[in-house]
Design a protein around this ligand. Structure first.
Ligand SMILES: [Fe+2]
Length: 293
């Protein structure tokens, strides 16, 4: 199982699709109705979709696996009491996956599917993301959401810090994190770049486009990944990241006392400037779309 894509809806989705191609670096993967799909270079049908709608909402974060893996999660979901949709034999989108929607305890919108059409990877390019790396949810109760991921979805806990829980479905340190907050919403979406040079070049490209970084560059503690965050013109916080730690199955779950920083320090490098007001405001930009069941 691995993270595949994030699905958003918003007014003026066409402008968002343009931005996500240039300067962000994604590639047009087609349009169906009022939804535009954008892919990265990895072997996945798409990385993010933007659908025209009257208001902003996050539709889902999508995980993909084999049919057997996705059906096993569906069987556990059906017994879990979580709000979920029916099994859908074919989503009308690139990859034509079969699967289902399910929401976490705070309405965080998940989707699991098995893609029917294989997608060939494109050559890696230091101006383009490789794939969606992770998403972070703002939460009032990070343990409840985390328990669904470990007990129902079959993910593993990687680390707990003073403010966040980090979870993974594969060997990448985190694909989902829950961050303590005063509201429930999408915190940010991260895209992995091929190396740190590509993150830095991306920072320059975004700056030239009038979208300078609001936090970065730096290197996080948990996951040891390089980061730079931006607030996209469509309101969401998006991140370029690189060198995300790959972990073994028996990775020891870290605790808050393992992730203490010296005074005044919040990452390994200590050079990042941070616009907290813009970061916090972006956390209210994409509420979760309610699942119709
Ligand atoms: Fe991140």
């Amino acid at each position: 199982m691995r993270i595949r894509s994030v699905e958003l809806e918003m007014p003026n989705a066409a402008a968002a699709a343009t931005f996500l191609q240039n300067p962000w670096g994604l590639i047009d993967a087609g349009t169906r109705g009022d939804t535009t799909y954008l892919r990265a270079t990895a072997d996945q049908a798409y990385a993010i979709s933007v659908k025209e709608a009257a208001q902003n909402a996050m539709i889902s974060v999508t995980f993909t696996g084999s049919t057997a893996e996705v059906k096993a999660v569906y069987a556990r979901v059906q017994k879990s009491g979580l709000k979920h949709g029916p099994w859908i034999e074919e989503f009308d989108e690139p990859g034509r996956g079969a699967g289902f929607y399910v929401t976490g305890p705070e309405g965080e919108p998940y989707r699991f599917l098995a893609e029917k059409d294989p997608t060939a990877a494109l050559p890696a390019d230091n101006t383009r993301p490789l794939h969606v790396s992770h998403i972070v949810f703002n939460t009032l109760d990070r343990e409840s959401g985390s328990k669904v991921l470990t007990d129902v979805f079959g993910f593993k806990m990687s680390d707990r810090t003073r403010l966040m829980n980090f979870l993974r479905p594969d060997n990448i340190h985190h694909a989902v994190a829950y961050a303590d907050a005063k509201n429930v919403s999408l915190n940010h979406i991260a895209f992995e770049m091929q190396d740190t040079d590509a993150v830095m070049r991306g920072m320059g490209r975004l700056k030239d486009a009038g979208c300078a970084s609001v936090w970065g560059p730096g290197r996080h503690g948990p996951g040891n990944n390089v980061f730079s965050y931006f607030v996209a013109p469509f309101g969401a916080c998006i991140e370029y990241t690189s060198e995300v730690q790959r972990v073994p199955d028996d990775y020891k779950v870290g605790a808050p006392e393992d992730w203490k920083w010296p005074p005044g320090r919040g990452d390994h490098w200590g050079i990042a400037s941070r616009d907290n007001d813009k970061l916090i405001a972006s956390g209210d930009a994409f509420p979760y779309r309610a699942l119709a069941v």
